[in-house]
Design a protein around this ligand. Sequence first.
Ligand SMILES: [Zn+2]
Length: 169
Amino acid sequence: MKKRIIDLIKTFASDLRTTIVGLVLGGLLFGGVVYVYLQNLWIAIKEAMLSPTPLWATIALVLALGVYIYIKISKLHSSEPPNRKPKIKYIPIGEQIWKTIIKPTGKLEIERAPFCKKHDCQFIRTDKKWYCPEVDNGTCNNIFDEEGLSELKKKAESFIEQKIRHNDY
Ligand SMILES: [Zn+2]
């Protein structure tokens, strides 16, 4: 029984030795392969850098050009959406401020009810009159009938068109 155990231990130890030797040999072999590979890679890099026709320079130039074009295109795309959106501007003409939508096509859309410049409130409409809410308190004289407001808007449109054309708003 005792002998059997000793034999078992011997067999086990021998197996262990074989495994260790295998591992060491495998490690050396693997290390050698990696070393040769890295050495070859280094030689290839050195050759490429020292070659009379610098291929690496051409490749680098092509890559740089590609990156440059990519950046330019992505910038162009990112600046596109804001230009396509209509712009809203509040443009003062005389005693009123006009809400103006500048469409991407350049067409202007001016809201019918202006804002009182003095009180910064939009005109309200009651009983065929358009006026600043402060008129009711007797502190404002911004009041127009339908015809008066239409005339005022036509004049404002002309001035707003001129201001936008000269980028003066
Ligand atoms: Zn007012």
